[in-house]
Design a protein around this ligand. Structure first.
Ligand code: ATP
Ligand code: ZN
Length: 301
């Protein structure tokens, strides 16, 4: 294969449609990226930054990065791990790694058995046919658990394989378990915890693309932090502060402002993650009132 031509623009692969496509695009847009669409809508030319998007099937993303066609990708860990193990099986290093974990698109790769059956442990799978779209990940897990079983590779409708007599049990992606239940299957063990990740090479990029990638990662970290930030505001009598302050959710140092008559204070604190009703009730019980939780639109320290 001829080496890829030098490039001074970053190319990011995301899923064209499906579960990860829209959130991936929204995440990149929240980093201030804008694009111009090609006529076929498969290539988005970056306008605000030299970051172009390639819209593809999620299964193609690791290969596109490994081959140098794209620099980064947003893909499920399940797809990345399967690809990397496949390459290693062929004796080639995958050369890919997770640059960031994104915390959404979460699911599990689970082994599921007939719902009427008891589960005694991995050794129960010995000699069975296991339908899966993730043969490399499954094979590694079987090897780690010293179990000899036979993966049956299917590219879709894995969950109906036992009913069709193609397999005895399945190893499939699960988020709520609804699809498995509808097929009289019960998840019994997890072989991989997955979420959407930024996949990229395990070495630095060439041609100045690393600099663009660094800038993108900085913006992305900021955008993620912003999305997870809330401003919690409350009023309270000054004498309740010693009880209240230790109860505040983890976050930045709170700002305490005096209100008119010196007996009241207003407290503001930037917190990470959402603030539960239980937490608000706890604060109220300790003397707080006028509690308010606000989203944060922008932040510059
Ligand atoms: P494509 O046409 O791009 O190949 P697909 O059908 O393989 O699409 P989706 O069903 O959109 O892909 O799933 C994409 C990713 O979403 C999965 O690889 C996985 O990381 C994640 N995901 C989250 N929850 C689930 C779930 N319940 N079932 C399947 N995938 C899930
Ligand atoms: Zn796919």
């Amino acid at each position: 294969m001829t080496p890829p031509a030098p490039r001074d623009r970053l190319r990011v692969a995301i899923q064209k449609s499906g579960r990860l496509g829209d959130p991936a695009r929204e995440l990149l847009a929240s980093c201030g990226l804008t694009w111009r669409e090609s006529r076929d809508k498969l290539f988005l030319y970056g306008e605000s930054l030299p970051v172009d998007l390639l819209l593809v099937r999620d299964d193609d993303i690791p290969g596109l990065i490994a081959d140098g066609v794209c620099d980064l990708g947003i893909v499920g860990r399940n797809v990345l791990v399967e690809h990397s193990l496949g390459r290693e099986e062929e004796g080639r290093p995958s050369g890919l790694t997770e640059w960031r974990q994104l915390g959404w698109g979460t699911c599990r790769l689970d082994v599921a058995i007939d719902e009427g059956q008891e589960w005694t442990g991995p050794e129960q799978l010995a000699g069975l046919r296991i339908a899966t779209s993730y043969p490399h990940t499954l094979t590694r897990w079987l090897r780690d658990h010293d179990v000899r079983a036979e993966p049956v590779v299917l590219n879709g409708s894995v969950e109906i394989a036992p009913r069709l007599g193609q397999a005895d049990v399945v190893c499939d992606l699960v988020s709520t378990g609804g699809t498995l239940r509808a097929n009289q299957l019960r998840p019994v063990t997890t072989i991989l915890h997955s979420e959407a990740v930024i996949a990229g090479p395990d070495s630095t990029l060439d041609d100045g693309r690393q600099e663009i990638a660094d800038l993108l990662m900085r913006r992305l970290d900021g955008a993620v932090q912003l999305k997870e930030s809330r401003l919690l505001m409350l009023r309270a009598a000054r004498e309740t502060l010693t009880d209240l302050l230790p109860l505040l959710p983890a976050g930045h140092e709170p700002t305490v402002l005096q209100v008119d008559d010196r007996t009241e204070v207003s407290v503001q604190v930037l917190v990470h993650g959402s603030v539960s009703w239980a937490k608000l009730e706890q604060l109220k019980q300790a003397g707080a009132h006028n509690l308010m939780v606000l989203p944060v639109e922008g932040m510059l320290a």
